[in-house]
Structure formats: structure tokens, C-alpha cells
Design a protein around this ligand. Structure first.
Ligand SMILES: Cc1cc2nc3c(=O)[nH]c(=O)nc-3n(C[C@H](O)[C@H](O)[C@H](O)COP(=O)(O)O)c2cc1C
Length: 406
């Protein structure tokens, strides 16, 4: 059974201003257009692994999970890191896009997201030396083969493990590198077939692309290691291959870790590892290759470094890349208040806001943020008699509430 179509019924999507003119002063509720894709507001759900797939297939749980954000007005929903090969998953329960059978499961979720007027995105990934681990809610250990893991088939640029309890990775051969590049492109084709509108390459958090970027995890002596030019080669090859098959009408994003924090100063230099200055250069290069936005995250590649995990701690990276590489950026990380999100956009530190855990705590983040600005926002049409119940912000202004319920 398909979901009633908003467009067919001439209904506004949840999360859009009832009267766009009245909401003009709030950038969060301006549409975000890239290529032919128009996202109806500037708040997206950051990709978050749910560790609930079976053999890499998304299922009913994901319909419920992602559907709830679409129903409550998120402009964009980036579906979790999805392995481009089975051994590129973080855990055995992570989703994947390595075979054509997975397209139909993804399409079910895409259709539900689109039915509410939201934009479906997906992140394609290879976990590199951090693959074959347990889902965090089960513990923090290397999964063995009996439990679906592949502890002896974990790969990286070099044979340097992430930590003692992680797998001993095998250094990829050049042949294997080329094959993984092709797998990213193949996954992109599948994402397009499923109807995904925004594709994000996962280059952050110490997974394979990030392993190559940083001299701390990449100890190769061939053309994929050593200099900045060599360490970025794999990431750039992935971008090139994906852009070649991903429709030119659709945006391509990449998430990177803007520093490894080996230098504890977030804006400090670490020329032989990975830092914001190399991130800016990398952003310029991927822009030339057709990337439309840099999603600015940080860390995850080196165990035991210190993070300044304070509200909005990664916004400085989005701002620096936006300014120096002249490319759209997304800000993410401990953004939990609408007014902070708005401030980031208004001060032109980023072009788009991604929110992770706050959406898990409260999938009405968009609707609640609208109340903070007294913007009369469209609620799910079916819920319109409930609009008055403002949660954190006790305002009824702009409410759609009916005074009598027939
Ligand atoms: C449960 C969970 C799963 C995550 N999975 C991913 C993922 O698949 N890909 C990714 O790039 N980041 C992932 N992240 C990081 C988030 O996308 C986000 O960048 C991070 O949580 C910081 O944003 P927040 O403070 O709004 O949560 C995950 C975070 C959480 C909490």
C-alpha cells in the first residue's frame, strides 16, 4: 500500500512555512536548492548507523525510523553509512549497497521519505580498518566469524590497527584499491536507481578514505602514501568515479574529518597527519571534481585524542572551508537549539545544518525550532488538530489549531 501523496493532494510538506513570506526572516526555513534538487528547509538528519540491517538489507525498522523524521518535517534525511562492499561495513548489522537486491529495500524508504515531501539522501562508505566491530549497544569488540564478522578480512591503507581490540588490517594492494573505487561508483548507481536525491561519500571518522588521508594511519610508500598529494589520491579517485556515474542534476556531498586532533588545537597544524589546512585544499580539489558540499565533521581516526566536545565545536571547520574553498558546507555536531542553527546560517558559517542525536531525542526538532521563531510551520496534515501543544516553547502563536473538533 502506498502512502497518500502530498503533492497529489496539493498539501504542503511538514516542516515548510505555511506562509513563506512570513518566514522570510528565518534562514532555517529557506529552501536549499542544489542542482535540480530543492530541499524544503535547511535542517537535515545527519547519517546515523542503526545497526539493524540483516545481511546489509534495510527493513521495516528503517521505514519507521526514517519515516518519523520525514513526517515531522526534516528537509533532508541522510540514510546511514551503507557499505559499498560487505567487508566495508562497520558492523555485521550495518546496511549496504553492494548488490542490486538491496535497491528495492532502499527504495521503500526513499518512497516513504518522498511521500512526506522530504528529500532522501544516503551516505556510501567503506569502514576501512574500523570494520567488523560490534554494534555499540552490544559492546565494543571485534566481531568473530561465528557472529557474522570478518576479523581476518579487514583492510586499510597500511597494516596499522586502530586500537588493540580492533582488527589487524591488511594493507590494500593497488588492484584492491581500484576495485573499491569501482564499488563506490557501483553503489552510487544503485542509490540513483532507488531514487536517492543527495549522495554523500563518507570520508570521515577514521574509515577507509580518512585512513588514506592522514599520515597517522597511512604509512604507504607507494603513490597512495607519503605526501599530501599521494594521501589524497584514493579519496579523489573515489570522488571522480562516483561523479562520473552520479547524475549531474543531483548533488554530491562528501563528509570529511577536518582534523585528526593529534594536534589538540582544532585549528592547529599537523601537515604529516591531517588538519584543517589540508581539508581546505582537499575541499578545493573535490569542488573542481564536481562535489557540491563539504559536510564538516572531525576526529575518529586516532584513538585516545582529546576532542573539545562543546556545543557547535565543528562549526569553525565549516566556516573555514566555506570561506577558503568557496564551497557550500554543512555544519554538524552538538547543534541542539534552533536559534543556534539559525545563527550559524545567518552569520554565513555554513549553508546547511545537520543534526544527529537531537533528532533521536526529539524527532520534532524542526517543528519545535519553528516555534522558537514564531514561524507558522506546516505540521503533518493528519496531526493538525494537535499543533497547539508546543513542547519546549510555550507559544501558541501561528498555531493551526482548530477550536472545535467535529
Ligand atoms: C547512533 C549514531 C550513529 C552514527 N552513524 C554515523 C554514520 O553512519 N555516518 C556518519 O558520518 N556519522 C555517523 N554518526 C555521527 C553523526 O552523524 C553526527 O555527525 C554526530 O553524532 C554529531 O552530531 P550530533 O551532535 O548532532 O549528534 C553517528 C552518530 C550516532 C549518535
Amino acid at each position: 500500500m502506498s502512502v497518500p501523496d502530498l503533492a497529489a493532494n496539493k498539501l504542503n510538506p511538514p516542516g515548510t512555512p505555511v506562509n513563506p513570506e512570513e518566514a522570510k526572516h528565518v534562514k532555517l526555513f529557506h529552501p536549499f536548492q542544489q542542482k535540480s534538487v530543492k530541499i524544503h528547509n535547511r535542517i537535515g538528519v545527519s547519517p546515523m548507523c542503526m545497526y539493524s540491517s540483516v545481511r546489509g538489507h534495510l527493513n521495516d525498522y528503517h521505514i519507521l525510523h526514517y519515516g518519523s523524521f520525514a513526517l515531522k518535517g526534516a528537509g533532508l534525511i541522510i540514510i546511514e553509512a551503507s557499505g559499498v562492499v560487505p567487508e566495508g561495513r562497520i558492523t555485521p548489522q550495518c546496511s549496504g549497497l553492494w548488490n542490486d537486491d538491496q535497491i528495492k529495500d532502499l527504495k521503500r524508504i526513499v518512497d516513504v521519505i518522498k511521500s512526506q515531501g522530504s528529500t532522501p539522501g544516503i551516505q556510501i562508505a567503506h569502514a576501512g580498518r574500523k570494520a567488523s566491530m560490534s554494534p555499540p549497544f552490544k559492546g565494543d569488540y571485534l566481531e568473530n566469524e561465528a557472529d557474522g564478522g570478518w576479523p581476518n578480512n579487514v583492510v586499510g591503507p597500511s597494516d596499522v590497527p586502530f586500537a588493540d581490540h580492533y582488527a589487524q588490517p591488511r594493507a590494500l594492494t593497488k588492484e584492491q584499491i581500484k576495485s573499491i573505487v569501482r564499488s563506490f561508483a557501483d553503489a552510487a548507481v544503485r542509490a540513483d536507481k532507488a531514487g536517492i536525491e543527495v549522495l554523500e561519500i563518507h570520508g570521515a571518522h577514521g574509515y577507509l578514505i580518512g585512513n588514506f588521508l592522514s599520515g597517522h594511519s597511512n604509512k604507504r610508500t607507494d603513490e597512495y602514501g607519503g605526501s599530501y598529494e599521494n594521501r589524497t589520491r584514493f579519496g579523489l579517485e573515489v570522488v571522480k568515479a562516483v561523479r562520473a556515474v552520479w547524475p549531474t542534476s543531483k548533488p554530491l556531498w562528501i563528509r570529511i574529518s577536518c582534523t585528526d586532533y593529534v594536534n589538540p588545537d582544532p585549528m592547529g597544524h599537523d601537515p604529516n597527519g591531517w588538519d584543517i589546512y589540508q581539508s581546505i585544499e582537499f575541499a578545493k580539489e573535490v569542488k573542481r571534481l564536481g562535489v557540491d558540499l563539504i559536510d564538516c565533521s572531525s576526529g575518529g581516526n586516532i584513538k585516545g585524542v582529546k576532542y573539545p566536545a562543546v556545543p557547535m565545536y565543528q562549526v569553525q571547520f565549516a566556516e573555514a572551508i566555506r570561506r577558503h574553498a568557496q564551497i557550500d558546507t554543512a555544519a554538524v555536531g552538538l547543534i541542539v537549539e534552533g536559534k543556534d542553527a539559525e545563527d550559524i546560517l545567518r552569520k554565513e558559517k555554513a549553508d546547511f545544518i545537520l543534526v544527529g542525536r537531537e533528532f533521536l531525542r526529539d524527532n520534532e526538532f524542526v517543528l519545535v525550532s519553528a516555534q522558537e521563531f514564531d514561524v507558522n510551520i506546516t505540521w503533518p496534515n493528519q496531526y493538525s488538530w494537535a499543533v497547539k501543544k508546543a513542547r519546549r516553547h510555550n507559544t501558541t502563536k501561528g498555531s493551526d489549531e482548530k477550536t472545535t473538533i467535529p
